[in-house]
Design a protein around this ligand. Structure first.
Ligand SMILES: Cc1cc2nc3c(=O)[nH]c(=O)nc-3n(C[C@H](O)[C@H](O)[C@H](O)COP(=O)(O)OP(=O)(O)OC[C@H]3O[C@@H](n4cnc5c(N)ncnc54)[C@H](O)[C@@H]3O)c2cc1C
Length: 298
């Protein structure tokens, strides 16, 4: 592998570098857990790697809470998320996705920007962020723009980023004020428990008020389509329903609506048939768990 490495220390320096590289081939590197493997498999000639990990910028590296949102810099690592008790409390789905990613060593360097921008159909943190209806803040030589994370992926390994742009921040909307119960979790099915890409993954974040009404819900699926998908029709189906009124039939209808968003492949890890079955059964069981939980509360 042969490439030039540039280590900007600030965004001002980075943009000067990007202007100079306008007509050259370059890639960003953050924690390097994906890109080095990719470049080893498919070496690229005359490539410059622009290292983002030395950039000293609080927002890019930090997690902050505002009145209506939580903001995570793209340079935040999986372990930064695991250490953040606010995230654990407010967004268990995101905390669990980070906690279950790879190994301690990988989590220490793997960034959320890298997880998103690698645009893998099975990115764990990305799947959680899609379920939370997060927004990506993109900065570039021509300014700043925002895009919903569910619209950020254009295909496997393809994003909406244009040349000269990079992912700067992710904004997660705050939970609704009258939320009193959260059903929020990340489920990952793989051929083994760790250090393995998911065969199917599901991220969900369901907010319920004191009257047992579902205020809003987010449900995202990974490894079962070319990109991670937000299952909007399934969410619409349960939003504003009272969980006391949910039935077994609703659980099945919900799972069918989730399945509409899947289009899995058969590969070395699992067949299409298996992925479809697992997705359907897991989706159904999540609603069944909510139903059971309500019976216990009574
Ligand atoms: C052994 C092993 C196990 C793994 N297990 C898991 C797992 O369980 N779950 C999972 O989801 N992933 C897993 N991964 C994949 C990987 O660790 C994650 O995707 C990680 O979050 C990537 O982050 P990074 O900072 O290392 O990205 P990098 O490798 O540095 O970059 C990845 C891609 O994103 C681009 N990029 C990085 N930052 C930005 C930015 N701010 N703006 C624009 N582009 C950017 C790079 O150019 C590159 O194309 C595993 C990897 C390994 C090696």
């Amino acid at each position: 592998m042969n490439f030039e490495l540039i280590n900007p220390q600030s965004f001002k320096e980075l943009f000067l570098v990007l202007k100079k590289l306008k007509h050259r081939k370059y890639r960003y590197a953050a924690g390097c857990t994906d890109i080095l493997i990719e470049l080893k498999r498919n070496p690229e000639d005359d490539l410059t790697l622009v290292n983002l990990s030395q950039i000293n910028d609080f927002k890019f590296r930090g997690i902050s809470q505002t009145k209506n949102s939580v903001r995570l810099g793209a340079g935040v690592t999986a372990n930064d998320i695991v250490r953040n008790l606010n995230i654990k409390l407010l967004y268990p789905v995101l905390w669990e996705a980070a906690y279950n990613l790879a190994s301690t060593q990988i989590r220490q360097v793997a960034t959320i920007g890298g997880n998103i921008c690698t645009a893998s159909p099975s990115g764990d943190i990305t799947c959680a962020l899609v379920s939370l209806d997060a927004t990506c803040v993109i900065i570039g030589v021509h300014g700043k723009r925002e895009i919903r994370i569910r619209d950020f992926f254009e295909g496997p390994r393809q994003t909406a980023l244009k040349k000269g742009e990079l992912l700067y921040e992710i904004i997660i909307p705050g939970n609704k004020k009258n939320t009193v119960k959260l059903f929020s979790s990340f489920i990952k099915i793989g051929t083994r428990r760790s250090m393995e890409c998911s065969v199917v993954s599901i991220a969900y974040h369901i907010q319920i008020d004191g009257f047992n009404k579902i205020l809003t819900s987010g449900f995202a699926i990974g490894a079962v389509a070319p990109t991670i998908r937000f299952t909007a029709k399934a969410c619409d189906f349960i939003n504003r329903k009272n969980i006391n009124a949910l039935t077994e039939r609703d659980a099945e209808s919900f799972a069918l609506k989730v399945s509409e968003y899947s289009d899995p492949i058969s590969d070395i890890r699992a067949t299409r048939w298996y992925r479809e079955k697992v997705l359907f059964n897991l989706s159904k069981s999540i609603i069944e768990d909510i139903i059971k939980c309500q019976i216990e509360v009574k």
